[in-house]
Design a protein around this ligand. Sequence first.
Ligand code: BG6
Length: 504
Amino acid sequence: MTDRKARPAPPFAMVIFGAGGDLTKRLVVPALYNLERNGMLPEKFAIVGVDHNARSVADWSAGLRDFMDQMTQAKGSEFEDRRVDDSLWRRIAGSMSYIQGDFTRGETFARLADHLKARAKDTPYGGNVLFYLAAADRFFGEIVDRLGEANLLHDGDGWRRVIIEKPFGHDLASAKALNARIARVLKEDQTYRIDHFLGKETVQNIMALRFANGFFEPLWNRDRIDHVQITVAESIGIAKRGKFYEATGALRDMVPNHLFQLLAMTAMEPPVSFNANAIRGKKTDVFCAMHPVRPGDAVRGQYGEGLVGGEKVKGYREEQFVAPDSTVETFVAMRLHIDNWRWAGVPFYLRTGKRMPKRSTEIAIRFKNAPYALFRDTPVDMMHADWMILQIQPDEGIRLRFNAKRPGQTVALDGVAMDFRYADWFKQAPSVGYETLIYDCLIGDATLFQRADQVEAAWAVVQPVLDAWAAEKPRNFPNYAAGSAGPDEANALLARDGRSWRPV
Ligand code: BG6
């Protein structure tokens, strides 16, 4: 997390592998455009696209521009009703060049090296090169190897950094192998493993909430907190990502990365500074203190057909590129324990799923009940639960729910709420969340990126569930209707502890 001094990044060249892909057009290039609009890009920068398709730079940039224009017309998009500014776009487009090449061939990287030398003449970027791996994950190791062979990763005149997208491995063994492979040519401080949830303002705000206020942190422990629920509900299905999803599933796609980042922000000890390693060390401690999840504490589900937002949608097995008898999960819930002095005995319940009733990401902290004795001779037969809800997206904000006396002559309680909404307080510039991450990488701040040990510690926690699920295929899929809050087993997971999920 940077200190947000409003200074532009230093001159740089950014090489995007997977230039023709979805991620580049949906997130990376719009983020560069937003950074340029906010004055955070330097005078001189070069953007070099690399992909296997034969296309000219003009075709590439026109395609990206078209897509941005479409986004301005799409309802609910970050760009809705904001026309793309021609002069800003011209600066972005004017910085672009394109190389057609196969990521697995040394020859592509030799041409890239020559190209970067040539670009240094028209755009003095001071030897600073950011390689962005927005390609399919099977190419990550290969691309880093080839960059090393082409001698492109040597810090010397300027810096060399590599952003590696998600998924980082598909289990503990493969994550370790990938870390070991890239460590042969890249130093850890050149390696920026992305988890885009950390680019979200509301996720970064968890640290401000906890550590910049005097009154929350003293309550933030097992004396005062009963349990924590973390929900990442999505109403979308898997759209055109059937191939990716069939090989991945909800657990790998969301849990050891996005949900664990939310959990780590909530559960970590206060770091001593904003130094990247101070913060990442505290987060890693959380994962290391977690018990590996017992398979009996995890639930999986797959959506069948149903109604979402009043519209009939098909079941997962009917989606494009999905096997008609697929056993891949689209929903997962689990109970986790963090065995340290702050959290021992406080369960953390996590759930995420596709085709849930609506899009909502929240961290809900349930405080312990107050003693009832005072109210036993009054008409109050129960008190409402005290909650703090961090609404990560949409409707970003924080809500406190507590008891208040209902006006009148008898003693009666009502559950009331205090709300803070970002939209009321801050005039926020539209953002895709990647702006912060790209900018931080350009200025060398790795706080919001995952360190090797963090990634491995997170996989280790979920590995027993991956193993158990691989060994025993589910027999009851699909087990939740699209538009519902997940399978009954997810409710049972909390019911056996005498608790229930907050409604989605
Ligand atoms: C991605 C997952 O990493 O995160 C997707 O692969 C998921 O399946 C997405 O939909 C959610 O991100 P966001 O920012 O839309 O909440």
